[in-house]
Design a protein. Structure first.
Length: 72
């Protein structure tokens, strides 16, 4: 998982897996899905005005369709 935040632009992008060729599909209200060009699957999400949206939130819980393996 790759997380990128641009403080000046207040832009958050979260991508799952390797960075591949793709495009963003606007799903409304400043939120876009990143779509893998070859598979058509959603591989990430981008959120404009991220901090403005979460100022009043204490916890953010997001279910991700991703299996994360941790090894020592």
């Amino acid at each position: 998982m790759n997380i990128y935040y641009d403080k000046e632009a207040d832009f958050l992008e979260i991508n799952i897996g390797k960075n591949r060729d793709g495009y963003f599909k606007d799903i409304g209200e400043g939120i876009s899905e990143r779509i893998d060009e070859k598979t058509g699957k959603v591989t990430g999400i981008a959120i404009l005005s991220f901090m403005k949206r979460v100022e009043d939130l204490k916890d953010i819980k997001i279910d991700l369709p991703v299996k994360i393996e941790i090894s020592a």
